[in-house]
Ligand binder design. Structure first.
Ligand SMILES: Cc1cc2nc3c(=O)[nH]c(=O)nc-3n(C[C@H](O)[C@H](O)[C@H](O)COP(=O)(O)OP(=O)(O)OC[C@H]3O[C@@H](n4cnc5c(N)ncnc54)[C@H](O)[C@@H]3O)c2cc1C
Length: 438
């Protein structure tokens, strides 16, 4: 029986038939077979994209996760080359005990190298390190109609730029070489402080972002009136000495997918209120392992199941700095009035280090991400309202999280899309790309 794969949000519910590729030498043949049988396909990494950007137009994907071998590593320079299905967590398993860490990591370690390149992922240090692209030295790219090529800023640079943030449409990446960064300890010194309104968040961020490598905030998206815009900001930096340990604690596991979402507005409101009141009122510093700092959600495997059969959508936008505070206030106001709250409501500052990627998401400004259980009101009322605010502010939505953005909004927000379309491999098509371009 064929393995069926889903995106992380399980919305849209369009299971993908997996055509696994376990050997680099078999990649071209496997891809050709799937295309002949089904018209087109799409590379699939580990399915940590939320919406439909990792779903093939044909619903038949080439599953690249089984390409999971390391090719070489130089522990003097921190250069690691591995097959595209190796996850960031697997890189850390080898690298951390040797005093190396990823330069940029998203909020889950269960992302493959190929997926990290294709969405040009960003982390809590975008303001000082930019996106994942900046750690990529080169990669191998297979296209259906030409021999495999090596892409780097100096070799086939146009394919390098188009494939970074290229949503898996320019070809299939078979291996990736990245440069890691030195660390003296695997532990992170964190400082947490709660804020009462958005202006305080911006003031804290302006004061402390430049002093810390990592910065991220949680915001209570259901608070109204004088409490609106309250949250807690966390800064972090690698400790200058200490152990070099990979955490060994086993993650908990969400065993079943309930028929309906376990996340409801009352529960979110109570949780948010309690969580905010539990936070320190003055700056509190502590040292913690890297895992709970970077990957708190990885502590519960398959946590996406709590949203039940209909799944959920993540809304992630970035707003230009000049208008970020006003537009965020408006977004929060609309969300609070809708009563459709989110536990996870993350604010991050994005810096001005430009990515070489054609369609990279971050821009200088502030990003807001929220998870909402899927229901009719979300699709017909709340998301269109939020989109209109982001559109008006000249912001954009993150394709890796998206399952609803209109074609006109996408095309205005990502004017380079036509360049990507011109370089798209004709044998690759995603449900996302079809929705926003055709
Ligand atoms: C809990 C959680 C937290 C997250 N936090 C962040 C965050 O902080 N920042 C951020 O930027 N993202 C974040 N994400 C999103 C995630 O990092 C991206 O969606 C990532 O691209 C997923 O990688 P994947 O290996 O699962 O790829 P998939 O989701 O399977 O695929 C993603 C894209 O990559 C393409 N692709 C996959 N493999 C290849 C390949 N070998 N060759 C060419 N194309 C390929 C696919 O076609 C698809 O377009 C988060 C996701 C989760 C679940």
């Amino acid at each position: 029986m064929k393995l069926l794969l889903n995106s992380w949000g399980r919305y849209p519910a369009e299971p993908q038939a997996a055509h696994p590729c376990a050997w680099r030498n078999d990649l071209d043949e496997q891809w050709r077979r799937v295309t002949i049988a089904h018209g087109s396909t799409l590379p699939f990494g580990n399915g940590r994209s939320y919406g439909d950007s990792c779903l093939a137009g044909s619903d038949h994907v080439v599953h690249v996760r089984p390409l999971n071998r390391f090719i070489e590593a130089n522990w003097q320079t921190g250069e690691v080359c591995a097959e595209a299905g190796v996850t960031l967590g697997e890189v850390l398993q080898l690298a951390v005990p040797r005093g190396w860490f990823l330069q940029v990591t998203p909020g889950t370690r269960h992302v493959t190298l190929g997926g990290a390149v294709a969405n040009d992922v960003h982390g809590k240090n975008h303001h000082c390190r930019g996106t994942f692209a900046h750690s990529v030295l080169r990669f191998g790219l297979h296209r259906s109609e030409q021999p495999a090529m090596v892409c780097s800023p100096t070799e086939n640079p146009q394919w390098f730029a188009a494939t970074i943030g290229g949503l898996g449409l320019t070809g299939i990446i078979s291996w990736v070489s990245i440069r890691l960064r030195r660390i003296q300890s695997s532990r992170i010194e964190t400082t947490r402080v709660r804020f009462g309104r958005l202006s305080e968040f911006f003031a804290l961020s302006a004061e402390l972002d430049s002093l810390h490598e990592y910065s991220v905030a949680w915001i209570d998206c259901l608070a109204t009136g004088p409490a609106s815009g309250r949250g807690v900001i966390t800064f972090g930096a690698h400790c200058e000495s200490g152990p070099l340990e990979v955490p060994t604690a086993r993650a908990m596991h969400m065993p079943v997918r309930p028929p309906v979402s376990l996340v409801n507005p009352l529960m979110v409101s109570v949780f948010n209120r309690c969580y905010w009141h539990m936070q320190p009122t003055s700056r509190k510093t502590q040292t913690i392992a890297y895992s709970p700092f970077f990957y708190p959600l990885d502590g519960i495997e398959r946590w996406n199941r709590i949203y039940g059969r209909k799944g959920f959508q993540q809304f992630q936008c970035v707003l230009p700095q000049a208008v970020a505070e006003d537009a965020l206030a408006e977004l929060l106001n609309v969300i609070a009035r809708s009563g459709m709250g989110s536990f996870l409501a993350v604010l991050k500052r994005c810096g001005d280090i430009a990515s070489p990627g054609l369609l990279s998401f971050p821009m200088p400004g502030t990003s807001l991400a929220l998870d909402f259980p899927q229901n009719r009101a979300l699709s017909t009322t709340l998301l269109p309202h939020l989109d209109a605010i982001v559109h008006e502010a000249d912001g954009r939505l993150y394709p890796a999280k998206d399952a609803h953005m209109s074609a006109s909004f996408f095309q205005r927000a990502y004017p380079a899309w036509e360049q990507l379309e011109a370089m798209r491999d004709p044998a690759l098509m995603s449900r996302f790309w079809r929705r926003v371009t055709q």
